[in-house]
Design a protein around this ligand. Structure first.
Ligand SMILES: Cc1ncc(Cn2c(C)c(CCOP(=O)(O)OP(=O)(O)O)sc2=O)c(N)n1
Ligand SMILES: [Ca+2]
Length: 528
């Protein structure tokens, strides 16, 4: 007779979920025993690293990823990383070991009291099966829930004395299921949408992370070229949905209400695709829309559509909708937008580099299909201006701004995409939230190039402190960090540089290596 243990591994195998990201406790050992030879376990030394690696892996592979955490304390450590996974529509299946069923009520050690409540509201679904026999079905429901639109993380708490229980032969039916969605508007809805685009005098596209997640970058280019319209990236960009040297490309919108209206002034139709409307950040009240503008929102997420403060919305599969829409959009007679001018090189002060120079060198040296995992908050604008990104899946940034994403997500992305090189571009503040990811990179020989921009401060907070008139706030500097010593302590070779040619040589050497490397670059601080 099959058991909960054998049925679960059969189900995971059938779904291709044979990589387990985890950090174990005693509650997890009955799940991990007799670990099948065709599975691999990627250990993270902190649950924030575990979920960050799984998040990068799921976002880059486009498939659900399995996470196995320790009960309450482990799941609690993962909540920061879950904020990003929730907003990036990351299909993570989090499992957490629970105390034995008879020991939960007395709240013995390692009991996850009221377990399904713990990860909310950062999961689509959260559950603890009412009996051992229901565990395989619950995991099947978790996998399909994570993967159906809008995709997102789910959580299943499993008592450790369930794994040996026998289950019915019928459980095998779970592994045969195919559950897919085909959310397409009606022909009439698509034609109405096309007519609005064809009638617009000055349309503009605002493209978000779900264009990249659905692999619809090429369709976004086709739409922009049909319309001869400028294409902005939606604010707080967590992915790159459009080639950044295309003539229509205009950069990333500011994350401020009035700032967006100012940038889009003069357009009569704003078409937002694959992003919420909008992921504002700094509080800068103003008009939601420029004078005379209407907004249409195309999204895979009904919550995004429902909560927007203005405009019309259409919910469906981003790729399928654009694929059906583009042929109905007439070729515009407007002139194609002019490409943006390349930014001027910066002059570096003695003994350090400007982030702009770092990015100019990175753009010159890195492979054209490199993948960037970014988490240096004050250098985002300079990065998008100077580093060219052409292909889908080229950029990942924490979708909720929850730091501690960059280092582990870079490891997960590289694990998912061994054929491309991953470069982590991490601030010296952010690097500390999940620094133990370096250990996992070393242990599993995952050749990420970690570039740590060392400006000795929380640069973005310096800017915010001026905006919020709190310049005397304490705790905004991070002096005295030695990332070479830290990296070596976790088994990763590292070098510190402060001159252009040294950084260039170090980056070339790191890209030629099949082991992870850290490059600590002394940089100035720039105003975001
Ligand atoms: C988990 C967590 N803690 C604290 C913050 C607050 N925070 C912090 C601490 C920032 C500074 C990051 O500094 P950095 O060195 O990584 O990058 P820059 O110097 O380029 O800003 S930006 C920001 O929002 C956060 N976003 N997430
Ligand atoms: Ca910094």
């Amino acid at each position: 007779m099959p058991t909960v243990h054998s049925a679960t591994y059969d189900l995971l195998r059938r779904r291709g979920m044979t990589t387990v990201f985890g950090n174990p406790g005693s509650n997890e050992l009955p799940f991990l025993k007799n670990f099948p030879g065709d599975f691999r376990y990627i250990l993270g030394l902190h649950e924030g690293v575990v979920v960050g690696m799984a998040d990068g892996f799921a976002l880059a592979s486009g498939a659900p990823a399995l996470v196995n955490l320790h009960a309450a304390a482990g799941s609690g450590n993962a909540m920061g990383a879950l904020t990003n996974a929730w907003y990036s529509h990351s299909p993570l299946v989090l499992t957490a070991g629970q105390q034995a069923r008879s020991m939960i009520g007395v709240e013995s050690m390692l009991a996850n009291v009221d377990a399904p409540q713990l990860p909310r509201p950062l999961v689509k679904w959260s559950y603890e099966p009412s009996c051992p026999e229901d565990v395989p079905r619950a995991l099947s429901q978790a996998i399909h829930t994570a993967n159906l639109p809008a995709r997102g993380p789910v959580y299943v708490s499993i008592p450790h004395d369930d794994w040996g229980h026998e289950v019915s032969e019928e459980t095998a039916l779970l592994s045969e299921r195919e559950v897919t969605s085909a959310a397409l508007p009606s022909d009439a809805q698509l034609r109405t949408l096309a007519e609005r685009l064809n009638a617009a005098r000055h349309p503009v596209l605002v493209l978000g992370p779900d264009v990249d997640a659905y692999g619809a970058n090429g369709l976004a280019v086709a739409l922009a070229e049909r319309l001869n319209a400028p294409a902005w990236v939606a604010p707080s960009a967590s992915r790159c949905p459009f080639p950044t040297r295309h003539a229509c490309f205009r950069g990333v919108l500011p994350a401020a209400i009035q700032g967006i209206s100012d940038r889009l002034a003069g357009h009569d139709l704003i078409v937002v695709i694959g992003a919420p409307v909008f992921r504002y950040h700094q509080y800068a009240p103003g008009r939601y829309l420029p004078e005379g503008a209407k907004l249409i929102h195309i999204t895979c997420d009904m919550q995004e559509a429902a909560r927007a403060p203005m405009g019309d919305a259409l919910v469906g599969d981003i790729y399928a909708m654009l694929d059906q829409l583009v042929p109905h959009v007439r070729q515009s007679g407007r002139a194609r937008p002019e490409p943006q001018a390349a930014p001027e090189p910066q002059v570096d002060p003695e003994g350090m580099l400007t982030p702009e120079t770092v990015f100019d060198v990175m753009n010159a040296v890195a492979p054209e299909d490199a993948i960037y995992v970014k988490e240096s908050t004050s250098t985002v604008t300079a990065f998008w201006e100077r580093v060219e990104m052409r292909h889908p899946g080229s950029y990942f940034f924490p979708a909720a701004g929850g730091l501690g994403f960059g280092l582990p997500a870079a490891v997960g992305v590289q694990l998912a995409c061994p054929e491309r090189r991953v470069i982590g571009v991490i601030g010296d503040g952010s690097a500390n939230y999940a620094i133990t990811a370096l250990w996992s990179a070393a242990q599993y020989r995952i050749p990420v190039v970690f570039v740590i921009l060392k400006n000795g401060t929380y640069g973005a907070l310096r800017w915010f402190s001026r905006l919020l008139n709190a310049e005397d706030a304490p705790g905004l500097d991070v002096p005295g960090l030695d990332f070479c010593a830290l990296a070596k302590g976790y088994g990763v070779e590292a070098v510190a540089v402060s001159a252009r040619h040294d950084f260039e040589a170090a980056l070339q050497a790191a890209l030629a290596d099949d082991r992870p490397r850290v490059i600590e670059v002394s940089t100035t601080t720039i105003e975001p």
